[in-house]
Design a protein around this ligand. Structure first.
Ligand SMILES: Nc1ncnc2c1ncn2[C@@H]1O[C@H](COP(=O)(O)OP(=O)(O)O)[C@@H](O)[C@H]1O
Ligand SMILES: [Mg+2]
Length: 271
């Protein structure tokens, strides 16, 4: 891991882990490191005066016009807003999947949007768990293999092969936690929407991230299935995981500790 990423990862103040700590093997000894930093009011993950436009031919489509947002360690925050208000754009910027036109993204008190792409990839892989609205599971892989992909990417072939049993044990445990023990060898096309979303949650957790970023995690699900997903996210948060969830559904957002609203490219005062 590069120094910058290593420092940023260490800088993320990790609360004493209760989640899975007793019964799940950790990804690596590094994960056990005490991470210390003074977060102050900066938050664990923060956007500072973030501006983002898309361009259609030469026409700018302004989406974010100066967003200030921060999630503190252990919080569960919902970002709400109408369709097209820029929720996914903001989440992708927080995850450093895209870069702001201006403004900054900070993680653990350090700026991360200007890191080299390899460092951002590492940071994302190790510290940020992402749940995409449309799951983004790889169709040719089984449920278990999909959950294992972040470990394969993070560790490289040799390390992954050496420690495959540990990874597999953790992946199986996470799939059990989300109620998918009976679907380990199923491919995504053999899963329901709710099952795919649960597999995506397990995949987002396999690298033991600091923060879970969830884009409309109930968006494609019926109400009951969606409630099941929200129960899982609420449980994870109660066990110490920081969660940032984007949703257009105010009922779903009500399950969070705090709601912020995106309106006309800015964050409105908190509800
Ligand atoms: N890659 C893109 N190119 C051009 N416009 C985009 C792109 N992605 C999103 N947009 C536009 O930016 C606005 C915000 O999109 P998005 O962040 O997906 O909103 P939300 O998640 O709140 O529905 C929308 O008007 C959308 O059409
Ligand atoms: Mg969206």
């Amino acid at each position: 891991m590069s120094n910058t990423v290593d420092q940023a990862a260490q800088a993320a103040q990790r609360r004493p882990h209760v989640r899975f700590s007793t019964d799940v093997p950790r990804q690596s000894a590094n994960d056990q490191r005490q991470r210390t930093a003074d977060l102050g009011t900066a938050g664990l993950l923060a956007a500072r005066q973030v501006v983002k436009s898309y361009y259609k031919e030469r026409l700018a489509i302004p989406v974010l016009r100066g967003v200030d947002f921060a999630v503190r360690d252990g919080e569960f925050v919902a970002i709400v807003g109408q369709s097209g208000s820029g929720k996914s754009t903001l989440l992708h910027l927080l995850a450093t999947l895209d870069a702001p036109d201006s403004g900054e993204i900070h993680f653990g008190g350090r700026r991360i949007d200007n890191l080299p792409s390899t460092s951002r990839d590492l940071l994302r892989n190790r510290c940020l768990g992402m749940i995409f609205q449309f799951y983004h599971l790889l169709p040719e892989l089984t449920c278990l293999e999909n959950v294992l992909t972040p470990c394969m990417i993070a560790e490289g072939v040799w390390n992954y092969w050496r420690r495959r049993r540990t990874f597999r044990e953790r992946a199986e445990h996470l799939l059990e936690m989300v109620g998918l023990s009976h679907r380990l060898k199923h491919k995504p096309r053999e899963l329901s929407g709710g099952e795919m979303q649960r597999a995506a949650i397990a995949r987002a957790l396999v690298a033991d991230p600091e923060i879970l970023l969830a884009d409309e995690p109930t968006g494609n699900l019926d109400q009951k299935t969606g409630q099941g997903i929200m129960d899982i996210l609420t449980q994870l948060n109660s066990e110490g995981l920081t969660v940032v969830m984007v949703t257009h559904d105010v009922t779903v957002a009500a399950r969070a500790d705090r709601i912020v609203r995106l309106v006309e490219g800015r964050v409105e005062p908190e509800i």
